[in-house]
Write a protein that binds this ligand. Structure first.
Ligand SMILES: [Fe+2]
Ligand SMILES: [Fe+2]
Length: 271
């Protein structure tokens, strides 16, 4: 699907049927979670994802302060997006609970505390960096968002394939439908903004090449990200999946021809 304007992408996103509804949540066979085994090596992956999904609220607050957050189309998208993401975190947390994975009582508070420290530093840099570029920086945010969403989507798909747990698969397939919509929105708006000006393309390419890190890294340590990457994407199959569904999708954006940064980073940890 190719949208010509950001409004079109927003209309498509808003008019789509909501996936994670009360009816969906009521349909989850929680009492069956324990009846199927799950390899405990997936627990750190699920905990990582639980935290990152939950922390999006804070990212939203940060982004709203920038020129990107003042864009009315993006703001409307993000208002729905910020409701959907923490729900994914809550679903993963419930699954972990049912599967018998210990979770600290104050995991949310701990996560937010870690985030505050990392943001205090980064938002200063970001404020300083985004000011002179203003609206041109929106294409960077959108490209960044597209990489994160496609990575998340691919991570979930890989997780349900590898874990072979039917209830987890049921949950992740629903979550993935929302991630697919987020991915396409970010990617489409990135494409529209990038297309408008070669300067934006150069700026976005430069910053992504230089500063992009896997989703969650920064709040989580590089070592923690690497555990997730290795568990999900070890070997040629895993890296090929990232290449096809994440890296090459980004490489279709204006200014991102022959882009390999995502594949390189994942291969560095997974091979
Ligand atoms: Fe999510
Ligand atoms: Fe998402």
């Amino acid at each position: 699907m190719l949208f010509e304007t950001a409004e079109e992408a927003l209309t498509w996103y808003q008019s789509g049927e909501r996936v994670i509804t009360k009816a969906f949540l009521d349909s989850v066979p929680w009492n069956e979670v324990k009846r199927h085994p799950i390899d405990e090596k997936f627990f750190p992956v699920l905990l990582y994802m639980r935290d990152i999904e939950t922390m999006t609220e804070r990212y939203f607050a940060e982004l709203m302060k920038s020129a990107t957050g003042k864009d009315p189309i993006i703001r409307q998208f993000m208002e729905q997006w910020v409701e959907e993401e923490p729900m994914h975190g809550a679903i993963l947390s419930r699954f972990l609970e049912e599967a018998g994975c210990p979770q600290e009582a104050d995991w949310k508070k701990k996560g937010f505390d870690r985030l505050t420290v990392s943001y205090r530093l980064r938002s200063k840099i970001q404020e300083w960096m985004t000011l002179p570029f203003g609206k041109n920086f929106t294409s960077v945010h959108m490209t960044w968002g597209a990489i994160h969403e496609y990575s998340t989507l691919t991570g979930y798909r890989r997780l349900w394939e590898l874990s072979g747990h039917p209830v987890l698969e049921y949950l992740l397939k629903a979550i993935a439908r929302e991630e697919a919509k987020h991915s396409l929105f970010y990617w489409s708006v990135a494409r529209i903004h990038l297309k408008e000006h070669p300067l934006r393309q150069q700026l976005a390419r430069y910053l992504v090449e230089k500063f992009w890190r896997p989703v969650g890294e920064g709040v989580k340590t590089e070592a923690e990200s690497n555990v997730v990457i290795r568990t999900l994407f070890s070997g040629k199959d895993g890296v090929d999946m990232i290449k096809t569904y994440v890296n090459n999708r980004v490489a279709q954006l204006p200014g991102f021809e022959s882009f390999t940064r995502v594949t390189d980073r994942i291969a560095g940890a997974a091979m």
